[in-house]
Design a protein around this ligand. Structure first.
Ligand code: NAG
Ligand code: NAG
Ligand code: NAG
Ligand code: NAG
Ligand code: NAG
Ligand code: ZN
Length: 745
């Protein structure tokens, strides 16, 4: 190298060093100066993201998802449980979610016996044993789907097995008030008889529980056209009403997830109860219970003896409804035989958990759940929801790939074994209870996305009201509206069809209380995570639910031909879900109005006063403390709402303080000791009704203690229980009030 070369080398090194130093100095000075991450910490959500995600949710994709999901039966614990879980995990990863994985649990499930020679059935016999009619093992092959060998025959999961014979008694819906009416007013004792109830009004497991309590030898449940068909509408496959052979399958258990591992996850080291212990702990029936269609039901009921049934007990069969027991002349010698052969087995079920991590608060979760398992093809329950959920996940994945991230984490959950008693979700909630109760913002549930095309409907914690109102206002109405009416948004259509206050044209829509019956239960009732369930329903003036529920006729054709041919309703449900999730995940201050909760509590307290104040006064029990606690919660909620408005939105810690209190608001209503006799349920303001698990019961401790108190065996003991529950309710509401105060102590 010569002198000139050396000079050039030194000059080059000098240049490189200079450039590098310049870059490093520039970088650090920029960091110290404008600090872009500080802005990111207090950036608010942006409506354009909602518009973008809505645009990305397409009906044709939902239709394709539904077609694929319903191509095979997919009951829990059988090969498709795993097959569809793995496929979903792979799709979520392909859509761009940050992670997706399976969570397996080994749980107690129940299936018809595999012995083909002893199927479950109902037989009506003459005195000499001649068969008059017998239920079919399978539903009639009304379409091409029915030849699938993996269709499970109609049965009630966790029924007792047995072979019983006796006189028949009609018990209406099999509600506690129906049994009381039989015993107390009609002087009919169902003990030692075979009872027949119609489906509807309450959860079928509660029918079985009452039938067992009142001594029935066995219970037959049939679907009456009054509840599962609308006059003048064609039956499947020509329409969406229930044909005579259609049968509603379903579980008899909703309690605390896997019956063998109450309170704990059903993992590999779990301690498992014996099946005998589990029957007691989870209230599984010991009597045989079996579902049938009305084609057989009418023959059982046609010549029933006894008096005419009360007017409210009569369905739509073309017979005179009678109570029994036994049969009328000349059929007096007839008897009914009920043979049930189901077996419980420990099987593996899978949840799929997919996550898009939050950019600013990855430790805050907005969870969107839906179950994947179906009794048969499940085109409505739950695959309409699964098809929607998958499209929402794809849409958010697409946004992420375009460079967007939510502020808080979005979690997608596909649950296994919901149909058996919310098992997959419950086991997962039990496994992650600490993380969830410390970090979950909200749980948004879709089970059935659309059972009709008439209107949106929701049941929810009051903490979710603001967000569902806001979301439904942003989504165009897909409803099939009566001639002459049209609405701009889902909200407008919903408020017009299901107003909270029918006399007020500007009324908000009505939102029901959460009871049980889908996967929000472990989140809401066990942990106190604010939850909501959304769906589209049919016109309640036509039918109260959907006719083909849990039958093998819940096929793709049902949805495509009769519910939502263009999948616009499904699209709208997906859009509402996405807008809500976005609102909860992206808003700087959580979209939770604490005064919606105080309004709800005031309403509940007012109905407690209306219902009980006379009896309470006679017992010298005062409601003053309860009223004071509700008033204290009300003013604390108003103060929190003012703090939300006045907050320094540039201060990320001030924002997080308020958000933590909003997120924890619902947790304030949890009593760690649980409700008496059903300790797994711990929400003191809302629980499933003790007599109908589907329905919500406000102040359940108090309501349970007051139930049928005038007939209590020991009145003194019962009134002591009322006083205790009143104190616990008062204390819990007051604690919740304290928990949302600025200082708190
Ligand atoms: C059994 O009883 C029915 C009704 O009384 C009668 O029609 C039938 O002939 C009887 N069958 C036999 C085998 O006795
Ligand atoms: C109802 O049953 C009666 C007696 O069997 C029959 O005459 C009548 O036609 C039936 N009505 C309808 C609507 O089927
Ligand atoms: C869908 O809308 C049409 C038109 O209003 C109605 O006749 C039909 O019953 C609806 N279907 C369902 C399942 O709600
Ligand atoms: C309600 O708040 C007032 C004022 O702090 C307090 O005196 C009262 O005891 C509270 N009520 C209950 C039921 O704790
Ligand atoms: C009824 O309950 C009260 C209070 O728990 C108890 O003191 C009393 O002994 C009970 N009476 C009977 C007859 O069991
Ligand atoms: Zn479902």
């Amino acid at each position: 190298m010569d002198g000139k070369g050396r000079f050039l080398l030194v000059a080059a090194i000098g240049l490189v060093v200079g450039v590098v130093l310049g870059v490093v100095i520039g970088y650090f000075s920029r960091q110290a100066g404008s600090a872009p991450w500080a802005e990111e910490l207090v950036r608010d959500g942006d409506d354009s993201v909602g518009r973008r995600v809505q645009e990305e949710i397409l009906p044709e994709n939902i239709e394709a998802n539904l077609r694929r999901l319903t191509s095979v039966p997919h009951i829990a614990g059988r090969p498709m449980d795993l097959g569809q879980a793995e496929e979903l995990r792979d799709r979520w990863l392909q859509y761009g979610l940050d992670s997706a994985r399976l969570t397996p649990y080994d749980i107690l499930l129940s299936y018809p016996s595999s012995d083909d020679n002893s199927p479950s059935r109902v037989t009506l016999m003459e005195a000499n044993g001649t068969v008059v009619i017998q239920s079919q093992v399978e539903e009639a092959p009304l379409d091409e789907y029915q030849t699938d060998p993996n269709i499970v025959p109609p049965f009630n999961a966790y029924s007792g097995s047995g072979d019983v014979e006796g006189e028949l008694v009609y018990v209406n819906y099999g509600r506690v008030e129906d049994f009381f009416h039989l015993q107390r007013d009609l002087n009919i004792d169902p003990a030692g008889k075979i009872c027949i109830a119609r489906y509807g009004s309450i959860f079928r497991g509660d029918k079985a529980e009452k039938a067992e309590q009142f001594g029935c030898l066995g219970l037959i449940i049939y679907s009456d056209p009054a509840d599962y068909s609308a006059r003048g509408y064609p039956v499947y496959p020509d329409g969406w009403m229930l044909p005579p052979s259609g049968v509603q399958r379903g579980t008899l258990m909703i309690a605390q997830g896997d019956p063998l591992t109450p309170f704990y996850p059903a993992n590999e080291y779990a301690y498992r109860l014996s099946e005998e212990e589990a029957k007691v702990v989870s209230g599984l029936p010991t009597i045989p219970v079996h579902p049938i269609g009305f084609g057989v039901g009418i023959e059982l009921l046609r010549y029933l003896g006894g008096n005419e049934a009360p007017a409210e007990w009569r369905g739509d069969l073309n017979i005179t409804y009678r109570t029994g027991p036994g049969f009328q002349h000349p059929h007096t010698g007839r008897r009914v035989r009920l043979q049930v052969n189901v077996q419980n087995e420990v099987k593996r079920t899978y949840n799929v958990i997919g996550i898009i991590e939050g950019s600013v608060e990855p430790d805050r979760y907005v969870i969107m759940g839906n179950h994947r398992d179906a009794w048969v093809f499940g085109s409505v329950d739950p695959s309409s929801g699964s098809a929607v959920q998958e499209e929402v996940a794809r849409a958010f994945g697409k946004l992420k790939q375009e460079g967007w991230r939510p502020r808080r984490s979005l979690v997608f959950a596909s649950w296994g074994a919901e149909e058996y008693g919310l098992i997959g979700s419950t086991e997962w909630v039990e496994e992650y209870s600490k993380v969830l109760s410390e970090r979950a913002v909200a749980y948004l549930n879709i089970d059935i996305a659309a059972l009709g095309n008439f209107t949106f409907r929701s049941i929810a914690s009051p903490a979710m009201f603001q967000s569902v109102f806001d979301a439904t206002k942003k989504v165009p109405d897909p409803a099939v509206n009566p001639a002459g009416s049209s609405y701009n948004s889902v909200y407008d259509s919903w408020a017009a069809k299901l107003p909270k206050d029918a006399g007020n044209p500007n009324s908000v829509p009505t939102i029901g209380q959460l009871g049980s019956g889908s996967d929000y239960t472990p989140f809401f009732q066990h942990l106190g995570i604010s939850s909501i369930d959304i769906r589209f329903i049919c016109d309640p003036a036509v039918i109260s639910y959907y006719a083909l529920y849990h039958s093998s006729y819940e096929t793709f054709d049902l949805v495509k031909k009769f519910i939502d041919p263009e999948f616009k309703v499904h699209q709208a449900v997906g859009r509402v879900l996405a807008e809500m999730a976005l609102d909860l995940a992206d808003s700087l201050v959580l979209p939770i109005d604490p005064t919606a909760y105080s309004t709800a509590l005031q309403d509940i307290a007012a109905s407690v006063r209306t219902e009980y104040s006379t009896q309470f006064a006679e017992q010298g029990i005062s409601l003053d403390h309860l009223n004071s606690a509700v008033d204290n919660f009300t003013s604390a909620a108003q103060r929190l709402k003012r703090r939300m408005a006045d907050i320094d939105r540039k201060n990320p810690l001030a924002v997080r303080v308020v958000n933590d209190q909003l997120m924890q608001l619902e947790r304030g209503f949890i009593d760690p000791l649980g409700l008496p006799g059903r300790e797994w349920y711990r929400h003191v303001v809302y629980a499933p009704s003790a007599h109908n698990s589907y329905a919500g019961q406000a102040f359940p401790g108090l309501a349970d203690a007051m139930f049928d108190i005038e007939n209590a065996v020991n009145q003194t003991a019962r009134w002591e229980e009322v006083k205790k529950q009143l104190a616990i309710t008062t204390y819990t509401v007051q604690s919740a009030a304290t928990a949302i105060e600025e200082g708190g102590l």
